[in-house]
Structures are given as C-alpha cells and as structure tokens.
Design a protein around this ligand. Sequence first.
Ligand SMILES: *Cc1c(COP(=O)(O)O)cnc(C)c1O
Length: 469
Amino acid sequence: MRYISTRGQAPALNFEEVLLAGLATDGGLYVPENLPRFTQEEIASWAGLPYHELAFRVMRPFVTGSIPDADFKKILEETYGVFAHSAVAPLRQLNGNEWVLELFHGPTLAFKDFALQLLGRLLDYVLEKRGERVVIVGATSGDTGSAAIEGCKHCENVDIFILHPHQRVSEVQRRQMTTIFGENIHNLAIEGNFDDCQEMVKNSFADQSFLKGTRLVAVNSINWARIMAQIVYYFHASLQLGGPARSVSFSVPTGNFGDIFAGYLARNMGLPINQLIVATNRNDILHRFMSGNQYVKETLHATLSPSMDIMVSSNFERLLFDLHGRNGAAITGLMDAFKKDGSFSVEQERWTEARKLFDSLAVDDAQTCETIAEVYEQSGEVLDPHTAIGVKAARECRRSLDIPMVILGTAHPVKFPEAVEKAGVGKALELPAHLSDLFERNERCTVLPNDLKAVQAFVSQHGNRGKPL
Ligand SMILES: *Cc1c(COP(=O)(O)O)cnc(C)c1O
C-alpha cells in the first residue's frame, strides 16, 4: 500500500515510512492511495471472530509490503490482549435500538488506547528491523499523553516526552502519566497552557537540530496508523448488530475529526453505515461547517468535555481532500486561505456532498449534564461527558428507529468526575482494578518553564534512554 499527501507535492510513502513520518513535507496529511474495499460476503464471513483477528482482516491491506502477516497477527494479538474486557469493545444497550460501544476498557480508560497500544508496538517492530531509534515529543491536555505513554512504555527503541500544562490537567489524568516509570519515559509539566505545549511540539518538528539526527515521530492523530486502528471497531460493532446484512448508524463525539473519519473510511471500505453523526461540544467548528458551510476558527472555550476542546480539526483536511476529488492543489489553496483569514467555505456542490455523508450537532455543557442525568435515570448507566454528547446528538439527529444506533463510548466516566457530579448523579465511581491504587502511587515529573529552548535542551539531555542524544 502506498500513501499520498493531501497537498499533492510530497513523495508517496509506504506504510513503514508513513508510520515514522509526521506531516508530509508539503504540510499535508498522508492518506492511502487506494482504499481497500471488501465485499458483503467477505465482511459477513468475519462474524464471530475475536477482536484481534477481525483487526487483522480489516487492517491487513494497509500494511501489506511492510509487515509480514504472521508478524502483524502476533502484534495485534498482543495489542488487544491488554484490554480488560474479553470482548475488547463490548456493546451495551441503552434503549430499544440504541447502543454504546464501550471503547474504554484499555489501560488508560479512553478509546485512544485502541490506536496507541498498536502504534507503540508497530514502532518498536519497524525500528528494530531498521536498527533505528526515535524520539516522540507530544503535547496533551489529558487523554493522548497517558495513552501514548502506556503504548510506548515497553518500546526498546523509543524515548517519549509528553508535555502537559502544569496544574491544568485533572488529577486522574496526571497520575495516569506520571506514575508510569521507565528510563525512556519523561513527563514534562510546562508552566503554560495546552496551546503553549502544542506550539512547542510544532516548533520542534519545524527545526529538529536539537535532536542531533534522531528522528522525531508524531503521536497525535495526524499519524495515519492511529486512524487505521480506529476503523476496526466500526466493523466490530456492525457485525454484532446484524451487519453487514443490516445497516447501522454511528454517533461519534469528535474534536480533531479522527475517530469519525475512521467511520467514514469503514463505510468507503464496504461496511453498510446509514448515518454518521458528528457530535461536538461548544467548540463546534465542525458543526458550523456541516450546517452552514463555514469553516471558521473561533476562540477556544473550556468545557466539561476537555478532550474535544479544539479550535481547528486537524484531520478534517483528509475529508476535504476526498470532497475535492483528491486534488492536492485545491487543498493547498483552502489551507492557505485558512492560514491567512482563519476561515473558508467550499463550493456548494462539495458542501452538499458533505451534508449527504454526515449529520451533526453541537452540545453545550448544560445539555451534556442533562443527558448524563437522563441516561442514568433511564438505564442506571453513568456516561462520561464525551459519550453523553454522542448520545444527545444521536437522539436529536436520528432518522430511523429501525436502524441500530451506536454511540461511541470514548471514555470511562471515572476520568471525568466533575461532569458526573454536576449532572447530579450520586453513584460513586470506582477506578477499575488495574488502577485502584492510582492515588497511592509515586509520581515522576519534571516542571519546566514555558520556554522552547529549555524543553529542547531537556530532550537532548535525556533522549537516549535517559542519557544525552
Ligand atoms: C480524543 C478524544 C475525543 C475526540 O477524538 P477525535 O479523534 O479528536 O475526534 C473524544 N473523546 C475522548 C474521551 C477523547 O479522549
């Protein structure tokens, strides 16, 4: 499989190269040159497979040429073997034909484990083969950092540095990062906000001289391997609900358009999906585009669903590429306009096409809490605020009660106790067994000033298993 850039000017890469690449050299994002397409018979024949075997069948075409089948199978079995539920991604029924796909049974209790547990193992496999080492520098407002650290902690060939805003992530989220020890794991608490952290990561990609030749790898959702891993659970959910003979709808809590883009790809790969609902919080750039053809950057609002607090959706460029007939020059034009003006609209027919593909809704904090309370009353289930946004959007946008509606359950509610309390749900939430002593564990973390030079100096001093690069 070859991968091409959404801006049309960067060289095509194979899977191995795309795994190690961040942004393409032309500033674009990598996408598969040709999407694999499965027949209904093929998909139907996968019913009843364990998760890792289904994952093998869905993802195999993306890695062909880079990873032999036997090795890929082994990696997948290991990856999904660490999940705490035997079904890996169980479905839980809320109402008549309404289901939550629980994607929070991984080590860090959010869906990002599905991709980052795999990414860590793929990186180590590929680097071992190449005899290379890499450094990861990533920024997090919470969920990505812990999932990336958990995914890479056993990697022999990866040193990972995660920047989080000092005293601005929740205690559970911080402890999930700082209580994992390893000579290749470094938590940096930056005396600034999340944007400062992200800016430092961006600048580090732009000028990598501080790395003395060591390669820098991206762990945010611009990395193709993350999207790829998320395609699998759409197939998994559908097969459990009578697919592919029966069509299924999905409602997806979204920030960077990563998770929902994976659903769009699943549909293009042959999975019968009826509705795909984009569910955002008050930071609703995607909803404003879907409902009014206005992609406009606005100020950031802090919400009860912080993992979806974004101003700009990085993966949206991948959809725009398809909407524009995969014309890289058109995307370059749009992105240049966006950089200059902070906004763009697309041609009417392209927007109409997007409207056919997606429904959307923006849900504010008050509605999020109402939904948590409502679902708790109806079913006794406690939802996390991100999942609650998905449920609200599903209920508002649903077109047919006969078609199963699956809401992606993106996090365990224990990670976001503030929203659950505000919703007035009295039920005490307990950490799952593997994290039950989280609050007693020792922490390791370095506080650094909001200064790029200080961060880069730290990385080059510790980037080779704790020793200088
Ligand atoms: C990251 C995250 C999201 C948003 O996912 P995108 O891929 O950015 O759309 C939603 N919910 C939770 C809990 C998350 O951690």
